[in-house]
Design a protein around this ligand. Structure first.
Ligand code: AHR
Length: 502
């Protein structure tokens, strides 16, 4: 069965230029993200810093411009000083957030060295759970101050003559969550975040700060939390964080594919709350969004309950993603691109082994999970100016969501305005969708390629033995006549239609 949908774009109707940091990611001291993930000194492919070169290659290919570190929930119990200086002197700790053993063989300076090697900027979180202003101001003195003071000279002693100049900092993590070590009320957190921000800016006025929003849209204090926290911190911060994980525990595909509708609602609600505080303060400053944890996370929930505590690098949060998850990730990316005017940072959580696009086996190989592909395509072709889409599409209803468009799409114009890339998902389980695109004021176009990610088995996965089971092909069918483009979107597919101005 074939259905029809329409997409209207105009070169002059622009949402915003993308901030490349929306293709960021996240590495936490959690499970095997670091140990046997990015860092495995005894691995045959480890470099002189102990970093796995095979993994670095995949990360570079993914094009990750910024990586958040060291947590996540981990940061709320972390003493950053444990991870600096001679490795043999670093303490082994009980890590309470994930109930694991943290050896601290990998710490701040290793992270910075690794981030440089993969071409990513660091995005550092400070501990506002068990610690506060003092630890944060010392940390930034260590990382960003040129020298001539206790902490900056210690950095030099540790072999790092020049400051790391970390620009982007998170003021804690998910401080509203009952699971968080040192959970706080919005008032408590707002005050602490404001004072920490002030002290950190005294050390380095060039930094940018992310204040914690709610842990997710479903938090009972959502929006009230944002309003209160921002009322304390508005003057001192640049971004507010958003976190959201999706999943399909009930195995209801139609509903699962519609979950990004709620993500859209969530983004709009956070923007509205930021602007409410702006109005109340009669401020000219705009707060931007840092969607610094987003992904699918649910596959590993049950198996994680069986994992014994107090081991090093346990196999925690090792979700094995299937094809339908890749579609949801594609929809998530399109949803965020639609808000490119307010979302400046986004971090796929996470990067390696832990709810990740990249998997490794200890002493063994590394491979791409299904959701690697939409992230790769968006990062590679989704930089430029996002055009405002109008979509006319048949819709469907689920118990939770009504009027869900079968087709979700967005267009990104390259900086030289010679190329336009359309990203589109067909949510229909049985109909091919003929997407007629009117691309106004673009001139005459020609097709570069139409990449498709599709699979006859929605539960198909990639494994070490069969790493290419789910992978894109470039045999998509798109017809171009002048500024009219007709793309065939197979049922349940992620599509990347790349066009060039003739
Ligand atoms: O990414 C996994 C965890 O999810 C993070 O540590 C935490 O911030 C969130 O709850």
């Amino acid at each position: 069965m074939t259905k029809k949908a329409q997409l209207f774009l105009d070169k002059h109707f622009r949402i915003a230029k993308t901030d490349q940091r929306i293709y960021g990611s996240f590495i936490e001291h959690l499970g095997r993200a670091i140990y046997t993930g990015i860092f495995e000194p005894d691995h045959p492919r480890a470099d002189n810093g102990g970093f796995r070169e095979d993994v670095m290659m995949l990360i570079k290919e993914l094009g990750v411009p910024i990586v958040r570190y060291p947590g996540g929930n981990f940061v709320s119990g972390y003493s950053w000083e444990d991870g600096i200086g001679p490795v043999e002197k670093r303490p082994v700790r009980l890590e309470l957030a994930w109930r694991s053993i943290e050896t601290n063989e990998f710490g701040l300076n290793e992270f910075i060295s690794w981030a440089r090697k993969v071409g990513a900027a660091p995005m550092m979180a400070v501990n506002l759970g068990t610690r506060g202003i003092d630890a944060a101001r010392n940390l930034i003195e260590y990382t960003n101050h040129p020298g001539g003071s206790y902490w900056s000279d210690l950095r030099k002693e540790h072999g790092y003559e020049r400051p790391h100049k970390i620009k982007t900092w998170c003021l804690g993590n998910e401080m509203d969550g009952p699971w968080q070590i040192g959970q706080k009320t919005a008032e408590e957190y707002g005050r602490l975040a404001a004072e920490t921000a002030k002290a950190m800016r005294q050390v380095d006025p060039e930094i940018e700060l992310v204040v914690c929003g709610s842990s997710h849209y479903g938090m009972p204090t959502f929006a009230e939390w944002e309003a209160t926290v921002l009322s304390h911190t508005y003057e001192y911060v640049n971004y507010i964080s958003m976190h959201q994980y999706l999943g399909n525990p009930d195995n209801n595909l139609a509903n699962y594919l519609a979950e990004t509708e709620q993500v859209d609602q969530y983004i709009k609600a956070v923007i509205a709350t930021c602007d409410y505080v702006k109005a109340r303060k009669k401020s000219n400053k705009t707060i931007y969004l840092s969607f610094d944890e987003w992904n699918v996370w649910y596959h590993s929930n049950e198996q994680d309950k069986e994992i014994a505590p107090w081991t090093k690098a346990p196999r925690l949060l090792e979700d094995i993603y299937n094809f339908e998850d890749a579609l949801v990730v594609g929809l998530f990316l399109i949803t965020m691109l639609k808000h490119a005017d307010r979302i400046r940072i986004a971090c796929l959580a996470q990067l390696v082994n832990v709810i990740a696009p990249i998997m490794t086996s200890p002493e063994g190989g590394s491979w791409k999970q299904t959701l690697y592909y939409p992230c790769y395509h968006a990062s590679k072709y989704g930089r430029g100016t996002v055009l405002r889409p109008e979509i006319i599409s048949p819709v469907y209803d689920t118990v939770q969501y009504q009027g869900v468009k079968f087709v979700e799409a967005i267009g990104v114009l390259s900086d030289d305005e010679r190329e336009i890339t359309l990203f589109a998902v067909n949510r229909s389980q049985d109909s091919l969708m003929e997407l007629e695109c009117s691309l106004n004021n673009m001139g005459e176009l020609e097709l570069i390629e139409h990449i498709v990610l599709e699979h006859e088995d929605i539960k198909a996965t990639n494994t070490e033995e069969n790493p290419d089971n789910v992978m894109p092909h470039a045999q998509g069918k798109t017809l171009v006549e002048g500024d009219k483009v007709i793309a065939e979107l197979p049922p349940l597919s992620w599509n990347v239609v790349r066009l060039r101005v003739k």
